[in-house]
Write a protein that binds this ligand. Structure first.
Ligand SMILES: [Zn+2]
Length: 220
């Protein structure tokens, strides 16, 4: 693997390129020159059609790791959006406009996945060829804990009490995210899958609590 730096507007985006891709090097679909990266032609500046199974990590210039710099994610998302904005393709062929538009949709999707700790972990498992099947498996202890919390939540009718509930759940989510980071670092994918189950329910509880808080605020 080698690292290449790709100019995007006035910014620079680093991408990982597999050395092996040199063997069957791709050429630009518009000018036919050799491509030095997967997404843009350095000769004619045209955006390249998206390949199937493009990794969202690779796409936004990240290595395949769980811990990513979220400020950097925002920046790279913004760079991509600017780069494939419809305004930049006025006067270009319909074909190229369609390619740019598919990038525009993909960059939104990639951003959404990488920003969310649960989805990011799930996609990292997929990228590493690991199954995510265990995540949805039944877990009696977890289910009991979740049901207890849900029962507690519906009895809360004060904004402050719900906010305390949300703070506790957010702290738990932070702990789970730290655990995920450690388990990914040691390639312990069974532990990752176990933590993901808890993270899924904690996210759901937090979402339910937000709805509950909204309901109470609007009824007063
Ligand atoms: Zn070209």
């Amino acid at each position: 693997m080698k690292k290449v730096v790709v100019a995007v507007g006035n910014h620079f985006m680093s991408s990982i390129v597999n050395e092996k891709s040199n063997e069957n090097r791709m050429t630009c679909w518009t000018c036919d020159e050799n491509l030095s990266n997967d997404f843009f032609c350095s000769h004619c500046d045209s955006v390249q059609p998206l390949k199937e199974n493009t990794s969202v990590f690779h796409y936004l210039g990240f290595e395949k790791t769980y811990s990513i710099d979220l400020a950097m994610l925002e920046k790279k998302y913004f760079d991509w959006q600017m780069r494939v904005h419809p305004d930049k393709f006025i006067g270009r062929s319909d074909e190229e406009k369609a390619v740019a538009s598919s990038h525009s949709a993909f960059v939104n999707q990639a951003y959404k996945i990488l920003k969310d700790s649960y989805l990011r972990a799930e996609h990292l498992l997929i990228d590493k060829g690991e199954n995510i099947g265990h995540v949805s498996e039944f877990d009696a202890i977890l289910l009991e804990e979740v049901m207890e919390k849900q029962e507690l939540l519906v009895t809360l009718d004060k904004k402050e009490a719900i906010q305390d509930f949300m703070e506790r759940e957010q702290n738990k989510i932070n702990d789970l995210e730290n655990e995920l980071s450690l388990h990914f670092a040691s390639d312990d994918f069974d532990a990752v899958r176990r933590v993901l189950k808890f993270l899924k329910y904690s996210n759901k509880l937090l979402e339910d609590a937000r709805k509950q808080e909204k309901k109470i605020s609007s009824s007063h």
